[in-house]
Design a protein around this ligand. Structure first.
Ligand code: UDP
Length: 337
């Protein structure tokens, strides 16, 4: 019997898909989430315990460790709005960097030495070469990326000092949802491209603003590597097994290796939905690199992991189901909001 796992931020988008996978594999999972951006309805497995609280509440986290004796921590809890990180850097350094330090302190106290960390391709900044490998230099261009990179450094130092073994999983663009659309992507505000394209197709927003069509790419719009959220979840389960089996710390990219432009996504969405996506071309969004595509081969070598869905339509189809499902792309809102 495996020791239970603590999943912080397990009520968020990527966290909840991972929790669902881990629970389906028969693992014992406790979620710690402050529900600032998470949704309790995103945890659909009755066997998963949700504790509402802060990662940095050491007393609470200590009590959870004393009760459950976790064998590993998967740390998703973080803020992830790049623009907000520029205007409110301290909020990001506090939540994304300082809070996990407190969590790590408790892990050290309890001798828990396995940590799977949600890192990001934003730690690379504007890549010097493409596709991006783990050997690319990490020069983040915004506080969000820096807040995550600092945790990568902290994890490496804890590894040297007290044997922590960690997996820094550098996500590219998470997208899609579970094929039954029981859980999905619900950010408030929603700033991500795929949900916004589909909201425009559904008439929920007047139009989609495309941030720049004068980039040095074939159609002038930005190119990204969109990775299905369930493939991300699978990589977490594998990273957990790797570390729990005594494997050494790893850092790897999680992407498909396929680049898709904003215009290509709009065209695919029109095809899938049978609707027109009203589009307005606007200026570039500050901080957007023109092209971000992963070389995911290291994850394959280290974890035997590979994205099983590489066609953007496979992300768009379930996301469209989610928007048209019983929740209409939204979990119930808290009364106060
Ligand atoms: N984008 C856009 N309009 C939107 C949202 C995003 O043109 O309403 C573009 C954005 O400039 C980027 C790509 O879509 O090139 C993906 O953006 P998203 O915010 O989804 O993810 P990011 O790459 O910033 O993590």
């Amino acid at each position: 019997m495996h020791a239970p796992i603590l999943v912080t931020g397990g009520a968020g988008y990527i966290g909840s898909h991972t929790v669902r996978l881990l629970a389906s594999q028969g693992r014992r999972v406790v979620v710690l989430d402050n529900l600032v951006y998470g949704h309790p309805e995103a945890i659909i497995d009755p066997g998963v315990e949700l504790v509402i609280g802060e990662v940095g509440d050491s007393e609470l986290v200590r009590a959870l460790f004393a009760k459950h004796r976790f064998g590993a921590v998967l740390h998703f809890a973080a803020y992830a709005y790049v623009g907000e990180s520029v205007t409110h850097p301290l909020k990001y350094f506090q939540n994304n960097t300082a809070e996990p330090i407190k969590l790590l302190q408790v892990m050290e106290e309890f001798g828990c030495q396995v940590f799977v960390f949600s890192s990001t391709c934003a730690t690379y900044g504007v890549p010097d070469t493409l596709p991006i490998t783990e050997a690319n230099s990490q020069h983040p261009i915004n506080p969000y990326g820096r807040s995550k990179l600092m945790v990568e450094w902290i994890l490496a130092d804890c590894g040297r000092a007290w044997g922590l073994r960690s997996a820094c999983l550098r996500y590219f663009n998470a997208s899609g949802c579970s094929p039954d659309a029981k859980i999905g992507e619900d950010h408030d505000p929603e700033t991500h491209l795929i949900p916004r394209v589909l909201m425009a197709a559904a008439g929920e927003i007047e139009s989609l603003e495309v941030f720049g069509n004068d980039y040095p790419t074939p159609d002038g719009t930005c190119i990204r590597d969109y990775i299905h959220v369930e493939d991300l979840a699978d990589a977490h389960a594998r990273a957990l097994d790797h570390l729990s089996g005594g494997g050494a710390s790893i850092q790897c990219n999680l992407g498909t290796g396929v680049g898709v432009s904003v215009n290509e996504i709009i065209a695919a969405a029109e095809d899938i939905t049978g609707r027109t996506v009203p589009v307005v071309y606007g200026p570039r969004r500050p901080g957007d690199p023109p092209l971000l595509v992963a070389d995911p081969s290291l994850a394959k070598r280290l974890l035997g992991w590979e994205a099983t869905r590489k066609d953007i339509r496979e992300m768009l189809r379930p996301a469209w189901l989610w928007i048209n499902g019983p929740n209409q792309g939204r979990y119930p809102r808290k009364k106060s909001s």
